[in-house]
Design a protein around this ligand. Structure first.
Ligand code: ADP
Length: 264
């Protein structure tokens, strides 16, 4: 009997037909599902399934800043708490937040803050909790994407949404939306976030090696898929309000029914 070590990346990431390990073409995204308004006790929330990633985002505040010395008298601050559940990866992850979680929390704050009117909340904090239930590569991009939805769901004024996806390189080929295996065994990973109100990049990290031409080509294909993901975000927000409208209509017709019965 052979032991399958699930955490080991396959040797070959792209076959001779240009297909990736999960059957995707080079520039295909993994399947993405988003839902808004999912955590009842938060001011706003959202959930995303992006390939093997499952992530919740919940927003609280604006509220008092603890510790107080972090507060700014002239503006609010955005605090992000990105955490991976101990069961989110094949080997149990240590429960205490590590350097990577602190780094991702910080880059999330930096990439989301430009769309917020933080000057409206002096001495206060918007707190954004991001829980990674399952991780399979690209969690920072999926987290930024779902966090923007949670902020919008909380009714916090925003200049626009923020969307993120990673480009990369594996087996010498340029790819989009790197999976965990591609992240681990590939040659480059390039997560990018965009703030739509000014079309500016608010996150650009780079891990690996590629030529300048490859970098430029990657940015172009990242831009195209960011637009697709942005549409999905807008659809997810609209869906919530269509559901609420349908509930109201159903309630109204039930009441009319009850009222009608009484008259008879
Ligand atoms: P991102 O998730 O944004 O791609 P990284 O490049 O740091 O961030 O991580 C790539 C992937 O490696 C993660 O999505 C996750 O699947 C895996 N990973 C991260 N941290 C751990 C860990 N502590 N133990 C096992 N796997 C991890």
């Amino acid at each position: 009997m052979s032991l399958l070590i699930k955490d080991e990346a396959p040797e070959k990431l792209i076959d001779e037909n240009g297909k990736r390990v999960d059957g995707r073409g080079l520039k295909d995204l993994r399947p993405i599902k988003m839902e808004v308004g999912i955590v009842p006790n938060a001011a706003g929330s959202a959930y995303i399934e992006w390939g093997g990633n499952k992530i919740y985002a919940a927003v609280y505040g604006p509220r008092e800043v603890h510790p107080h010395h972090m507060a700014r008298p002239d503006r609010g601050i955005l605090r992000v708490f990105y955490r991976m559940a101990t069961f989110s990866v094949h080997e149990r992850k240590r429960a205490a937040p590590g350097r990577r979680e602190k780094e991702i929390s910080m880059v999330m704050e930096n990439s989301l803050s430009p769309v917020l009117f933080l000057e409206l909340y002096p001495d206060s904090a918007l707190e954004l909790f991001v829980e990674i239930i399952a991780a399979d590569g690209g969690t920072r991009c999926a987290s930024i994407t779902v966090a923007a939805l949670a902020l919008a769901d909380a009714g916090i004024p925003m200049r626009s949404l923020v969307t993120a996806v990673a480009g990369g390189k594996a087996d010498g080929k340029l790819i989009l939306d790197c999976s965990g295996d591609e992240d681990k065994a590939g040659e480059a990973d390039l997560p990018v976030a965009i703030t739509w109100f000014n079309n500016e990049i608010s996150l650009l990290q780079f891990d690996g090696i590629m030529s300048l031409e490859e970098f430029e080509e990657t940015i172009e294909s990242v831009k195209e898929s960011l637009e697709k993901i942005h549409e999905m975000q807008q659809e997810a927000l609209k869906r919530k309000y269509i559901d609420i409208r349908n509930d109201i209509k159903e309630n109204e017709s039930e009441h009319q029914h009850e009222g009608g019965d009484q008259e008879i």
